[in-house]
Design a protein around this ligand. Structure first.
Ligand code: FMN
Length: 193
């Protein structure tokens, strides 16, 4: 069977930050793998409380990266520069308000944000938070800044939120993220023909 997805063979970094929507990252990994992509997951410490490295590592068939250090006793570390150069695209889904603030302002206290600063590939962000957080001018400004850097920001659709409120701020659905990524890489392939 041939794999027709434009994601086939693509090296994708998936950064997962601390939002209740982190559970959706499991479906996202599964869909990206199904499309034939190679997926390396990076979790923030907060994200690891929402979704386990075991789940994402099993689905991606690769150990999940969380901290800078692989083995503190031996001094082995995860090379954020190499990871940034390895990737064809960096998808951060869900992107928490805290992570967006770090990325918009060049802070890199963790592996996810350090890799962002090193990455030369296209970056795709899927914000996910409660509606009032999403509406806050600080978040809106960070998103505008991130767009101005050339990052792609997925819509955060309206709907029921984990808080019980309803409004915009939901993480874009994994199926839609994959559809948009396929569109992006499909267009790139067409331009390269
Ligand atoms: C139950 C719970 C749900 C949360 N959901 C969100 C969320 O959807 N979006 C968000 O931006 N922050 C959310 N937070 C707050 C973040 O987890 C917190 O700001 C954390 O520091 C984010 O760290 P990170 O960006 O390094 O992953 C939530 C916190 C808790 C306890």
């Amino acid at each position: 069977m041939t794999n027709a997805s434009s994601l086939a063979g693509r090296r994708l970094l998936l950064g997962v930050s601390g939002s209740i929507a982190a559970y959706k990252s499991a479906t996202l990994v599964r869909l990206l793998m199904k499309a034939g992509a190679e997926v390396q997951v990076i979790l923030t410490e907060s994200a690891a409380a929402f979704v386990t490295p075991l789940t994402l590592g099993t689905l991606s068939k690769k150990p999940v990266l969380t901290g800078f250090l692989r083995n503190a006793a031996t001094g082995e570390w995860h090379n954020h520069v190499e990871l940034g150069l390895w990737a064809d695209a960096y998808i951060i889904a869900p992107a928490s308000a805290n992570t967006l603030a770090q990325l918009a302002n060049g802070f890199c206290p963790n592996l996810l944000s350090a890799v962002y600063l090193s990455a030369r590939c296209p970056v795709f962000l899927a914000p996910a938070m409660d509606l009032d957080m999403f509406a806050h001018p600080a978040v809106a400004q960070n998103l505008a800044r991130l767009r101005s850097f050339g990052n792609h920001v997925f819509d955060s659709p309206s709907g029921e939120l984990a808080s019980g409120l309803a409004g915009p701020g939901r993480m874009q659905e994994p199926e839609e993220i994959v559809r948009e990524l396929e569109g992006f890489f499909g267009l790139r392939m067409k331009n390269e023909e």
